[in-house]
Design a protein around this ligand. Structure first.
Ligand code: DGY
Length: 320
């Protein structure tokens, strides 16, 4: 059986696939696998190990044909996969939840600190070679103690961020379709609010929801206008959850104090209005980018493939 891997992934996962006797076709070019190559290479494969840069839709599934049994995304987010199209063909879809929770929560906390303490701005100043001298009023930021962090999407990553944030003295509000379990609420002292109230009352809003048609531009002009003028927006989920044009306008109008973004609406493009702003932190989709985490993601995706092709239930199917 052949497995298409649509980009470079750590060897840990590839070794698991090879040890299971699977024949690998690995795209090892730079960046996203060109669509034409994807459509050719997937023909007759039993599994696709996909990266978020590849769209797996009807066209790819048709090109793969009836041999395809599983698509294992090396990511927790799977908005690049048409899950309904896979279901119509009984193709199982898997993602990699859990193994990247800590790395992504760490990064969200780092972004909160960067944007509230103006660390990007400070680093740019030092590197610029411009003369500077310590003084009492230089680059004053905002302290975190007794401020409110509003978490949109209280899944594993949102909850892990809340734990970190508590250690910095932040109180926690969250909005989520379901209430967090009683033990988590008790541990974190978290209050559940509707999105409108969360936006209007939080000092920092951090986005941790999946990207779906319902969350497209979840944060746009009305939502940004409802936030405090002293508040910050942090996004480590998916770029199109935020309307970037509206964000630029809100920053220009000083409707919010700043933003820290790990993901972008038209990734890897960044809205030009964000590029030169000192009140914005911009990093290139690094949420899960640690050696340990990427190894674990590659392993989990591979184990999902081996399980399904071996007639076993997948470890982490989507939507289960
Ligand atoms: C994910 O897992 O969804 C990240 O965005 C990519 O690592």
């Amino acid at each position: 059986m052949r497995v298409l891997v649509t980009g470079q992934v750590p060897d840990a996962g590839l070794a698991v696939l090879r040890d299971a006797g699977l024949q690998l076709v690995v795209w090892d070019g730079d960046g996203a696998m060109p669509r034409a190559d994807l459509l050719t290479a997937c023909s007759g494969v039993s599994a696709i190990v996909s990266l978020i840069s590849e769209r797996i839709d009807d066209e790819v599934l048709d090109a793969a044909g009836p041999t395809l049994r599983v698509v294992a995304n090396v990511a927790v987010g799977y908005n690049n996969i048409d899950v309904a199209a896979c279901a119509r063909r009984s193709v199982i879809v898997c993602n990699t939840p859990g193994v990247l929770t800590d790395a992504t929560a760490d990064l969200a906390m780092a972004l909160i600190l960067m944007v509230t303490r103006r660390l990007g701005e400070g680093e740019r100043l030092v590197r610029s070679g411009e003369p500077w001298r310590w003084n009492m009023f230089m680059m004053l930021g905002t302290g975190l103690r007794d401020r409110r962090l509003g978490i949109v999407g209280m899944g594993q990553i949102g909850t892990a961020l809340a734990r970190r944030a508590r250690a910095f003295g932040l109180s926690i509000a969250y909005s989520n379709r379901n209430a967090a379990d009683a033990a988590t609420v008790a541990e974190l002292g978290a209050v559940r609010l509707g999105l409108d109230e969360l936006l209007a009352t939080s000092d920092i809003v951090s986005l941790h929801c999946p990207y779906t048609p319902d969350t497209h531009h979840l944060v746009s002009t009305p939502q940004l206008r409802s936030m405090r003028s002293t508040a910050y927006l942090v996004n480590t989920s998916r770029g199109p959850v935020v309307d970037e044009g509206a964000l630029v306008e809100a920053l220009e109008q000083r409707e919010i104090a700043g933003a820290a973004l790990d993901v972008f609406e038209r990734e890897p493009e960044v809205h030009p209005g964000l590029m030169n702003r000192d009140d914005v932190v911009l990093i290139p989709h690094l949420g899960s980018a640690t050696v340990e985490t990427r190894n674990a993601m590659s392993l989990l995706a591979a184990r999902n493939v081996v399980a399904v092709l071996g007639g076993q239930p997948p470890l982490t199917p989507v939507g289960a």
